[in-house]
Write a protein that binds this ligand. Structure first.
Ligand SMILES: [Zn+2]
Length: 163
């Protein structure tokens, strides 16, 4: 997503939308944004009668406010999946994933294989690939090793094994 000023709605993505906060208490910043399908996710609102309505939503990169738009698009991720993917694609994603792997290894009550680590941490294919890559890095640097039955262990020599 990037902030732009000209207006050009041609019915195809990328499309331009204004950050209004519509459907989300308002108070958008008014920026005009160029939105691609990758910027969109599904949200739902349940009213006091228990009826649930679904919306297509984007989050402004300028102010963080969400705006619902009139667009029916198949296969959009839900908000949590979208956020996870976004985070994993950001620069420090290796560090986030590395910490998630180490925490899982420290907290798991049973030995886990690399495959099980990936499955426990995500069902998102983009993030799964990043987890596998990060796991390989940890093995390469000797911070973890692969033991019997492919179980992943924190190396005794690693300073990760402290605390
Ligand atoms: Zn905004």
């Amino acid at each position: 997503m990037k902030i732009i000023s000209k207006v050009n709605n041609n019915g195809e993505y990328p499309k331009q939308y204004i950050c209004t906060g519509k459907g989300n208490d308002g108070f958008g910043c008014g920026s005009t944004l160029e939105i691609t399908k990758e910027d969109l996710y599904k949200t739902s609102h349940t009213d006091y009668t228990g009826d649930t309505a679904y919306f297509t939503t984007f989050m402004c990169i300028n102010c963080g406010v969400e705006t619902d738009i009139d667009a029916r698009i198949h296969d959009l991720p839900n908000k949590q999946t979208w956020l996870n993917r976004k985070r994993a694609l950001e620069d420090n994603d290796k560090e986030v994933i590395k910490n998630s792997i180490i925490q899982l290894l420290k907290n798991s009550e049973v030995p886990v294989t690399g495959l099980e680590i990936v499955k426990r941490l995500t069902d998102d294919q983009t993030i799964a690939k990043n987890i596998r890559d990060t796991l390989r890095d940890l093995v390469t640097t000797g911070e973890v090793y692969i033991g019997l039955d492919w179980h992943v262990k924190i190396s005794k020599t690693s300073n990760l094994s402290q605390d």
